[in-house]
Design a protein around this ligand. Sequence first.
Ligand code: ADP
Ligand code: ADP
Length: 227
Amino acid sequence: MLTFENVSKVYKGGTYAVKNLSFAFEKGEFIVFIGPSGCGKTTTMKMINRLIDPTEGVISIDGKDASSQDAVKLRRDIGYVIQQIGLFPHMTIQENVTLVPKLMNWPKEKRRERAKELLELVDMGEEYLARYPNELSGGQQQRIGVLRALAANPPLILMDEPFGALDPITRDTLQDEFKRLQQRLNKTIVFVTHDMDEALKLADRMVILRDGELVQLGTPDEILASP
Ligand code: ADP
Ligand code: ADP
């Protein structure tokens, strides 16, 4: 589903943000990249959705070289969730959650049905559809940010510290909820965090990065068992 072959990224000025990364992940895997600030997590994410291109190496999604595809089209098949959710304050929850379906010209009735279905996934009723983001709690807003990434049913979802801004209790709840949802929907997730507890809780397999290099790759049990 997602492979890197000897991928490196050198920024102008010579910083090696990512060095010779290689791995292969299967469809439906929950993959977590973990490491301290500056280790190359954001650079890795940006290369997957082609906001930037690698200096060397090949990234393939579903067996196809990402660099040979149209970046805009490729991004339509990738959901993206970040820490600063960025819901549009003047749009209702329904409009926020179905932004991508709207860009794809889904008819209005289908968008409404999809919005209802999405809210049900996180046990929020249809009474929320007509509300505005500032009428929701932080945790509910972040749920909407996650649902927005799922709206057009992309096979791959990228998540960059999506729960980082939440209080510990809400964060814990959303982690549990999201892990169950991912298993049910069988989505491939690439998740980055600097929080080891979060990584161990969510990952099927995790990649430990340091200074742009892969230090370890394995299941949480394998990581915990290693010296
Ligand atoms: P985070 O740890 O959340 O990734 P960073 O401070 O590493 O935050 O980066 C924030 C943003 O600034 C990223 O989009 C990154 O690409 C950019 N950035 C980081 N370092 C530099 C730099 N030395 N020069 C230019 N942009 C940078
Ligand atoms: P992380 O997300 O793990 O914090 P980043 O991928 O943002 O790490 O950054 C990796 C390294 O690349 C850091 O040393 C950072 O300063 C550098 N970097 C990131 N973005 C840029 C940029 N646009 N220009 C120059 N250096 C950058």
